[in-house]
Write a protein of this length. Structure first.
Length: 73
């Protein structure tokens, strides 16, 4: 049975450290070209369909700005 993931990112608290990007096995996330109020490029989902909800990104994020939701397909 396959799983589908959904990410909720607090873009205002994200400082664009890119640690989470290296933890994503499916390349679902990347830094945005836009910046938040603090001037940081923040994280965004670039391949939503590939996300399986593994939560590697949320676990590795030093600031806890990522929430992962997982549902059976």
């Amino acid at each position: 049975m396959a799983f589908k993931g959904a990410l909720v990112i607090n873009t205002e608290k994200c400082k664009g450290c890119e640690v989470c990007i290296t933890g994503c096995p499916n390349g679902c996330i990347a830094l945005s070209k836009k910046v938040n109020a603090k001037g940081y490029n923040y994280l965004e989902v670039v391949n939503e369909d590939a996300c399986v909800g593994c939560a590697n990104c949320a676990v590795i994020c030093p600031d806890g700005v990522i929430e992962v939701y997982r549902a059976k397909e």
